[in-house]
Write a protein that binds this ligand. Sequence first.
Ligand code: ADP
Ligand code: MG
Length: 272
Amino acid sequence: MTFPQTPSPKPRILAIANQKGGVGKTTTAINLGTALAAVGEQVLIVDLDPQGNASTGLGVTRTSQMRSTYHVLVGEAQLHHVVVETGIPRLDCAPSTMDLLGAEIELSDMERKTYRLADAIGILSGQTGLGYTYILIDCPPSLNLLTINSFCAADAILVPLQCEFFALEGLSQLLKTVERVRASLNPRLVIQGVVLTMFDRRNSLSEQVAQDVRGVLGEKVYETVIPRNVRVSEAPSYGKPVLLYDNTCIGSQAYIRLASEIIRREKELRAA
Ligand code: ADP
Ligand code: MG
């Protein structure tokens, strides 16, 4: 007698994107992922940056022989074949390798070149036993074909914005790209929210930037602000999320609050 297979729940797919480098994308992917896993979500972090900081920051050792998101995108491996456990309960990682640097050129003449990741996640979601509830995609600092693949796969985008003078510069380009993808490639795409990162209380500029950004983007900006915190920047060199490195520091506490705000927003988006 055969039993019908129970389909896995459909994961919520969030692309963490900003074409600026050093704004806190990877830090947010790692620590938001860890905070979501800590409250019982089943999380997969997909590393789409050739630099692989999300992979190494989660303690995944990268080797040139390993199969990575590159192999998934070019069709040489299925996503579940490259997924590795991180040692953190309920948190897995699909690592990247330097091969990804060449992926854009290779993908450019492939079929469904913007949907390679979406298709791979679709197959993964059909696999029983891999019931991810959240998939976070750590994007490279660019609006290239890798990022477009993440926008085509995602339900929503999360934008980390660093509290510095030119915070809003470049954002209009990002928003235009999102509009274009929504109009032609992925009609369900929305901006989940904008998270202010590296906020420095002692610096009045940080406060000014935060006010300006809220003035322009309104409720799209999360209430939670991620403070600049040395513990957050130390953690990756131990291959650990800051929540494991020091779960009481202000950076960890902020990522826990961000996770609950995101879960709340997800519920509202789903109900809408
Ligand atoms: P991106 O992925 O956007 O390039 P990262 O997440 O790698 O940015 O962050 C850039 C640098 O800033 C890293 O060295 C990281 O450790 C550091 N960093 C990120 N967030 C914080 C924070 N809240 N406090 C202190 N340092 C941070
Ligand atoms: Mg990064």
